[in-house]
Every structure is written in C-alpha cells, then in structure tokens.
Design a protein around this ligand. Sequence first.
Ligand code: IPM
Ligand code: MG
Length: 362
Amino acid sequence: MTQNVLILPGDGIGKEIVAEAVKVLDVLKADFGLDITITNGNIGGAAYDADGHPYPPATQALAKEADAILLGAVGGYQYDDLPRELRPERGLLGIRADLELFSNLRPAILNKELADASSLKPEVVAGLDIMIVRELTGGIYFGEPRGIRILENGEKQGYNTLIYKESEIERIAHSAFKIAMKRDKRLCSVGKSNVLEVMELWDEVVERVGKQYPEVELSHMYVDNAAMQLVKEPKQFDVMVTGNMFGDILSDAAAMLTGSIGMLPSASLDANGKGMYEPIHGSAPDIEGKNIANPLATIMSLSMMLRYSLNQETLARKIDDAVERVLKEGKRTADIYVEGQAGTTLVSTSEMGDAVVSALKS
Ligand code: IPM
Ligand code: MG
C-alpha cells in the first residue's frame, strides 16, 4: 500500500536540510522501490507568512492524513515580536499536541569517525550510544494555568504549571521500557522528586510500570545530577526517560557529546507508531541560506521514519550505511570539520546531500 509522507520544511536552515533529505527519499523511490507519495506543507514562520498561523488548518488536515511527517525546523528573528500564540514554536508544539506525539526518541550515538569533533576527550565519548526518551505532549510545556498576570501592586508575575497525570507517565514509561528491552536493558528515569511533588508521582508510576519489565534494570536520577553525569561519564547510560522540559535540556547536552547537534535525528511517535521525524537542532537563522548547515541529522531522521513508521528496516539501514560511508570518506560540513585532520574535506549542505545520494547508489 502506498504510504503518504508529509514534508514540512519550516524555517531557517529547515528548507535547506529538508531539500537534501528529499533527494534521498527520491532515490529510495526511484531505485529501491519505496512506495510513497510525498506531499508538502507549511509550518512555523513559513506557515504564518503564507496563512497567518504557524499551524494552519490546511497543514492540520495534511498532517492527519499522513502516515509519517518529516519536519525541518521552526523559528526566526523576524517572528520574535509576534504574539506568543502566533510564533513559529507554537506551530511545532501545536502539531505535537494535535497528533498526540507523546513519545520523543532522541538517540545520541557517536559515530567513531567523529570522536575528535566532540568537545569531550575521545575516550570519554568513544562508543557512546544513549537513547533519550522525552515526554513530548505534557509537563510544563502544556500545563495550565499559564500566563503573565498583573498583581495587585502592579507588578507582573509569570507562571507555568508542571503537571503530569498517571496515564501520561504510564504511557511514556511503557515506551521507554520497551525500547530498553531492545537495547542493553538499562533505564534511568530522570526527575526531581527531592523538590517537586509531580516528580514524586513520576518516580512512583515509573517504578510501578517497571514491575512489568523485570529484565530491565531501572534506576532514578535527579536532573541536575543527570546533567553532570552526562558530561562526566556519559557511557554509563543506555536509555534515559524524562519529562518534556528536562528532556529538552538534556537532549541538547547529549547531542553535543556526539560532536555536533547537527548530527542528531529524532522521532516523535503516537500510540500507534505514526510519527513525525525531525533533527533536534533548530532553525539556526544565523546560517540560513549559506549552504553550510549539516543535513545529516535530517537524513538520519528519515532513516528513523523508515524504521519506526514505514516498516522499512532494510532501507533504513541503507541510509545509515550511506551516512557512515560519507563520513569515512572524510566529508565534513563546517560543524563537524576539525581543522588539520588528515583525510577530511569541508563540504557544503548540498554536497553532503549529494555524497549520501551517491553512496546510496553505489
Ligand atoms: C526541541 C526544540 C523545541 C522544544 C522548541 C523549538 C519549541 O527546542 O524540539 O527540542 O523546546 O521542544
Ligand atoms: Mg530543544
């Protein structure tokens, strides 16, 4: 059956990196029998410019019909003064909530060719392979009440609510335990139960769900310590599960361990495996249009899409192998280029995409 892939390039470098991933998709269609139709839509600032809303009804309709979605990135300086509900980020949060993409998988894997690009010593990161499972449709990002109010004395007060109900914690815990079962069977749940009641409940529910996965070794860590451990001894982790905001922060840190945030893909899944796939980096407006952004995180997001939503493990592997090949050949975009390293060449966004395409074809 033909599957329907929706492409949402978004803003900034989003358009450039997604264009490279689409080259890869086109090859899979033309040469490897991938049976998909590709539809394009707008999200974020681009959607605001076109339709006056960062997640307009037209995009909602396309998203509902899609079997899988590839998203670039959202955000740009020109939108900073818009009311909050019209800003590009709201488009991203909107589609995550609308499609109930509660389970966000952010793998941090160090490609051995890139050990020198990490800001940590190569021996600390060599062989690194962590999966961060971030809750994506709840927590403080969506909790009510929220807002900025004016107090009796005229002073403004901003407030948000960090809130989780048992069912939300249960489903993300199941996601994480299932992933741990397919890996090294170690799960670290990251919270802050020494201060926050909501995280006390988090620990309790994760512990309870864990009873159904007796083979998985479950541990708990406070988020401040987890941040420290990630930069001190990252290889101690297999799978980490955490809430929306903690996961946002820890996944950026984990990304950098691998040399560049430009290397990390992600999958955001609903309860039925429908998913949206995006690089974890942002729209990087400072380098927009310069053809220097790294398209590999987006191309590897495609590989996750093939694996988790389109049931095409063989093609997913082909992409992974092709990416590994171009790195082995020494091709480096600016973010992973180390001056003076033998056998490497600096390449542009489009040259990197072309290199992956020719590796796929050869
Ligand atoms: C991410 C991003 C988003 C988030 C922003 C752009 C809303 O940082 O996907 O990690 O905070 O979730
Ligand atoms: Mg983030």
